[in-house]
Design a protein around this ligand. Structure first.
Ligand code: FA5
Length: 345
């Protein structure tokens, strides 16, 4: 068979092979067989050296013609296969536009949602958002907050100790300590965060929960400032006027110390199960910052005063969404969260 005939036969073989190709892999192997570096075309062209100059020219141009024609055919076949695969997939995945879809978009965790809202309200009152580590020193969690080494009040917050004498912070008051060292007075800060206690759990106690610490340091800060800020916060948060009252409370880092309650919004102060029929809901401990604490933070207590509070963020979330057991919050139970999101949005 002459070289030209062999070229023609190769062309015919390729054309009919292309017609039968059903899959990209088949197409690829046919390409290598015909046009690849070690393919049949290369093989045939090895014979060109034995031809006369006239024949050489003729065969060379025919070979080029065939190569460029086949290259194009292969390309077309490739895009044809792609289109066919897509059409097939579309046919198989019939799409019913009227079918109701279940929509699993991500959502904010209720704790984050409330945290962001609290941050926004306090920011609008000039408070700066601060953060601190969860693994802390004894000094930041207790020492600088006027708990001496053998202070009985250390037992108020059962502590989870970690290696090296450090601990998991039992309250966000650690960020008061860090803020005093970092900022020049006057300043106002809030510090939301996760805290840990070695406690028996029940419907309103978790070993891991969230608090928001607040602190204002300025000249002539009094209990009235504290009450004003908290009333404003509660009115903005619950979108209602809220009465507050103070009862005496004890913490070594405040003097005087209080428990702040607000009038129950569920029963308007008349008495219900949420407020245990008292008409008041306990929301947070607070007080005026003890002079020893200011001094430990590098602030001169003869020039500056301050108030501080520790809001139970998890409890605020529970009140907002009427969640009856705190243990749901960090359970990771998607059934609970789905129900919650359904109700909240
Ligand atoms: C404190 O943690 C103080 N650091 C608060 C403070 C700050 C007082 C600044 C004065 C000045 P206490 O241990 O009471 O205080 O906790 C504060 C709030 O955290 C409580 O009112 C409650 O809402 C919440 N809380 C306490 N223990 C738990 C728990 N185990 N689970 C869920 N919430 C809790």
């Amino acid at each position: 068979m002459s070289l030209l005939d062999r070229l023609q036969a190769l062309n015919d073989k390729a054309v009919s092979g292309l017609e039968n190709c059903e899959a990209p892999a088949e197409l690829e192997s046919l390409y290598h067989e015909i046009l690849g570096k070690k393919g049949e075309l290369t093989e045939i062209l090895k014979g060109i050296k034995d031809l006369s100059p006239e024949e050489k020219k003729h065969a060379g141009s025919r070979a080029n013609e065939i190569r460029s024609d086949l290259e194009k055919r292969f390309k077309d076949a490739q895009s044809d296969l792609k289109t066919r695969a897509m059409e097939k997939a579309l046919e198989e995945e019939s799409f019913d536009v009227l079918r109701p879809v279940s929509y699993h978009a991500g959502g904010l965790h209720p704790i984050s949602e409330v945290q962001y809202q609290v941050e926004e309200i306090f920011s609008s009152m000039g408070f700066r958002i601060m953060d601190g580590p969860e693994v802390e020193t004894d000094e930041s969690n207790f020492g600088s907050l006027n708990f001496s080494d053998d202070h009985p009040a250390r037992d108020m917050q059962d502590t989870i100790w970690v290696e090296g004498g450090n601990l998991l912070r039992t309250h966000t008051s650690t960020v008061q300590v860090r803020s005093m060292k970092m900022l020049e007075p006057p300043f106002r800060i809030v510090a939301p965060g996760r805290v840990f206690r070695f406690e028996q759990t029940d419907a309103s106690h978790e070993t891991t929960f969230h608090q928001v610490e607040g602190m204002m340091v300025d000249k002539e800060v009094s209990v009235s400032h504290l009450i004003y800020v908290m009333k404003t916060f509660l009115r903005r948060y619950f979108e209602k006027d809220v009465e507050v009252r103070l009862r005496p409370g004890y913490f070594p880092f405040v003097e005087p110390g209080f428990e702040l309650d607000f009038s129950c919004l569920v029963c308007d102060g008349k008495g219900c199960s949420v407020c245990k029929h008292s008409g008041w809901v306990e929301i947070m401990p607070c007080g005026l910052v003890h002079p020893n604490v200011l001094s430990a933070g590098g602030i001169d207590p003869s020039k500056w005063q301050g108030f501080a509070f520790g809001l139970g963020l998890s409890r605020l979330v529970m009140m907002r969404h009427k969640i009856e057991d705190i243990r749901h919050l960090l359970s990771g139970n998607m059934r609970f969260f789905k129900a919650f999101h359904g109700q909240a949005h």
